[in-house]
Design a protein around this ligand. Structure first.
Ligand code: ADP
Ligand code: MG
Length: 333
């Protein structure tokens, strides 16, 4: 190869890079109704076609997870577990087995505040229809709420419930998992700048034009008011709020985060935002503060190296975990 053709190749490569980046663009899509929620995918790709194909792949994965994990679908793998696991061990996919194992781990970390067996009582709440169980119904179903009733056999890859009446629901963790899966699919395609959101769960890779993504945390009573703005890059974030799925009755708010100890909505905070490396982790930890209260929950969050939290108390106070406090606030302690 002579010098001249060598240069030509370099020049072609360089021009190719310039034209690619000149045409590179953000492609985004918002879809309602997968996993019972709104999905947003934003990607930075060389062409709109590449971006759209990548987004199609993410949405296909979310539909697959919805089909296998929804308790609203009688044919889902989770529905099959709920129907059979009190009678005998049920063989499940590696994927579900691993997710259930993670769910139990979150129960341990949060001293039982996160518990997928909440559904043993939770299934009686129908927020859209303003329906809730009465105290008698709750008392009868409550003994079935306990993650220790889940017997996972890694060798056999099975799950069994230790007693009848136990139900599981992955509504508190499946979206976080699905967001991580979506990000993995984008990364496999070489995408380095993207955002995937499912309901309250998001994950970001890269930044936005050299600047962080700025995520707003809404006021619990006014969706148009932002109470905090956080700059983020390469991280996951979940917000849980008592304003997402609820009805009010005689001055009491009945919402979708259930205290496994009482079988009733957990109201010790109005919202909790968790920041950590994966959406599985942020989703698995965002319910805790509602059940344990801000002090006990902050203790857990502060002990976890990679976790930060922003809590809004019933009085409207905004609390930050240690990693988000300003140096002067830290010095005050
Ligand atoms: P989103 O569905 O918008 O991501 P959250 O992450 O706050 O909202 O999850 C709320 C869901 O978590 C509820 O709808 C329910 O399915 C589930 N859930 C409620 N209480 C608990 C609990 N104590 N432990 C685990 N999951 C729960
Ligand atoms: Mg969530």
């Amino acid at each position: 190869m002579n010098l001249c053709s060598g240069w030509r190749i370099w020049l072609a490569l360089l021009l190719g890079m310039i034209s690619a980046s000149a045409h590179a663009e953000w492609v985004d899509r918002v879809v309602d109704g997968i996993m019972g929620t709104r999905i947003t995918v934003e990607v930075w790709t060389d062409t709109a076609a590449q971006g759209n194909t990548a987004i199609d792949a993410v949405l296909a994965e979310m539909r697959r997870l919805d089909d296998s994990m929804s308790t609203y679908k009688s044919t889902s793998e989770v529905s099959r577990v709920n129907a059979q696991a009190a009678q005998h061990p049920v063989k499940i996919t590696r994927e579900l087995f691993d997710l259930l194992t993670q769910a139990v781990e979150f129960s341990r970390i949060t001293h039982g505040a996160f518990d997928i067996t909440y559904a043993s009582v939770g299934f009686m709440y129908e927020f859209r229809k303003h329906e809730r169980p009465d105290d008698k119904q709750i008392a009868a179903a409550l003994p079935a709420v306990n993650y220790r009733h889940l017997i996972l056999d890694a060798g056999q890859q099975t799950i069994r419930f230790s007693q009848s009446g136990v139900r599981i629901d992955l509504g508190g963790i499946a979206k976080g998992y699905a967001v991580d899966r979506g990000i993995a699919i984008l990364q496999q395609r070489g995408i380095t700048h993207a955002l995937v959101t499912a309901g309250g769960d998001s994950r970001i890779i890269g930044d936005r034009f050299g600047k962080p993504w700025v995520v707003g945390i809404r006021h619990p009573d006014d969706a148009s008011k932002v109470i905090a703005k956080i700059p983020l890059a390469d991280t996951a974030l979940s917000t849980s709020g008592d304003y997402e799925r609820y009805f009010d009755e005689n001055g009491t708010r009945y919402h979708h985060i259930i205290d496994p100890g009482t079988g009733k909505p957990a109201s010790k905070v109005r919202s909790a935002t968790i920041i950590a490396s994966t959406a599985l982790r942020t989703d698995g930890l965002s319910k805790t503060a509602f059940v344990l209260g801000p002090e006990a929950a902050m203790q857990i969050y502060n002990q976890l190296e990679d976790v930060d939290a922003i809590l809004v108390t019933p009085e409207g106070k905004v609390l930050y975990s240690r990693g988000l406090e300003s140096p002067s606030q830290q010095a005050d302690k």
